[in-house]
Design a protein around this ligand. Structure first.
Ligand code: CMC
Length: 391
């Protein structure tokens, strides 16, 4: 073989060409299909952003109506799926449940697997955008021992998700516009982030021509880890821990800097952003606004702000260019919206779904080859086999 370049963690290796998301880590710039994240978070709806990421252009009203109409037509989930959900203990982590349910969907939608034409891809994409929120809502309701329900097609995409998640039996559910706007913004901010760990997973699984749902299920598993999407849960647990320990942020700063201590400041640092994470800026501002509008006071918000201030003035963090990332303040908003901590990463998955889909579709349309990295072998040379009695 030829010379192999070794790059653990792919820190300097591009895996593909992509026209979806532009990210400049030095200057803190993030754009979807050329539109700034600041504009999209302020002015667009999540479903518009999903359309933009997947198909490359912002939809006209007519295109959006058709797209959402197609989604609504596919929003039923097979009743048998409820039995699968029933089989899980209530204590099961929602991310494990969600990735399992996403895989299980394949059995009930076999036509979603071999999709070579753009038309068949569209059908599979619409099915997933329709059914995934139902699975998310069911995952939450199972955890909370609430009856499972379907959506309300009179509502928009995000309001319908809120209703599916939170509607109580025998009670009317009224969407709170503050909650709805906050969730729209969070989902948009999470919608794509070029070749991150879960997206690379989706592309590499999809590159073997495994179906879309199987690729997404693998992406959910990748997102689960605390170094990636799982950080949002880990941040709140960390902040709670600091609060219960008396709120001494200095003590935890010291732990984060101590190389003998495995503790890291969760929600800090990023592989690509080395100046600031533009998503974190928007979310921090939004956290203040949403908590104010909802009249929620959360003592961990003060701890978070204290930690951020100390870190930004600390040599260790400055030298390593560690800044708050998207996950540092997002959990504080999710909490104010009434979403349980264990569900935070599920909400990230819901937001990232259009990005995963867009990247999968791009990869398949470009007929990319199967992903198959090489290695540098460091094991034994040829050895003589020894019979078991002689070992
Ligand atoms: N707390 C303390 N030290 C840190 C942290 C942190 N959060 N992050 C990085 N460092 C140090 C690290 O110890 C290393 O120091 P040294 O050069 O002395 O060995 C240096 O900074 C570089 O870190 P790295 O681990 O080599 O960088 P990476 O690009 O491999 O990892 C990261 C990036 C995001 C995994 C890492 O910063 C981290 O673990 N952060 C905490 C978890 C987190 O918030 N993840 C969410 C990321 S953003 C959203 C998402 O992807 O889901």
């Amino acid at each position: 073989g030829g010379l192999i370049t070794l790059d653990p963690g792919f820190k300097n290796t591009g895996s593909c060409e992509s026209a979806i998301t532009f990210l400049n880590g030095e200057e803190g710039i993030l754009r979807y299909r050329g539109y700034s994240i600041e504009d999209l978070a302020e002015k667009a709806s999540f479903l518009e952003v999903a359309y933009l990421l997947i198909f490359g252009e912002l939809p006209t009203q007519e295109q959006l109506d058709k797209f959402y109409g197609d989604i609504k037509d596919e929003s039923h989930v097979d009743e048998e799926m409820k039995k699968i959900l029933d089989g899980f203990p209530k204590s099961a982590h929602p991310m494990g449940v969600l990735s399992s349910l996403t895989s299980a969907l394949i059995a009930f939608n076999p036509s979603s697997v071999n999709v070579d034409s753009e038309e068949d891809m569209y059908k599979a994409i619409v099915k997933l955008l329709a059914k995934f929120p139902v699975l998310v809502a069911w995952t939450l309701r199972k955890r909370n021992s609430k009856p499972l329900d379907y959506g309300d097609s009179s509502l928009d995409y995000v309001d319908n998700i809120l209703k599916m998640m939170f509607k109580k039996p025998n009670e009317e559910y009224k969407v709170n516009p503050v909650v709805s706007a906050a969730l729209n913004k969070l989902l948009i901010l999470h919608a794509d982030h070029e070749q991150n760990c879960s997206t690379s997973t989706v592309r590499i699984v999809g590159s073997s021509h495994a179906g879309l749902f199987a690729s997404i299920s693998a992406g959910i598993s990748a997102l689960w880890g605390p170094l990636h999407g799982g950080a949002n849960q880990a941040v709140i647990e960390m902040l709670e821990g600091i609060k219960e320990d008396g709120g001494d942020t200095k003590k935890y700063m010291a732990k984060a800097k101590d190389k003998e201590d495995p503790f890291r400041l969760m929600g800090f640092g990023h592989r690509v952003y080395k100046n600031f994470d533009p998503r974190a800026k928007i979310i921090k501002k939004s956290a203040d606004e949403v908590l104010g509008d909802l009249g929620v006071q959360d003592p961990v918000l003060d701890i978070a702000k204290g930690l951020e201030k100390e870190a930004l003035e600390d040599d260790y963090f400055v030298k390593r260019k560690l800044y708050p990332n998207v996950d540092f303040y997002s959990g504080i908003i999710y909490r104010a919206l009434g979403i349980p901590t264990e569900m935070f990463t599920v909400m990230f998955a819901l937001g990232r779904l259009p990005g995963w889909i867009a990247q999968w579709r791009e990869m398949r349309l470009k007929k990319e080859p199967i992903g198959r990295p090489r290695q540098v072998y460091t094991g034994e040379n040829l050895r003589d086999f020894k019979d078991i009695e002689n070992r």
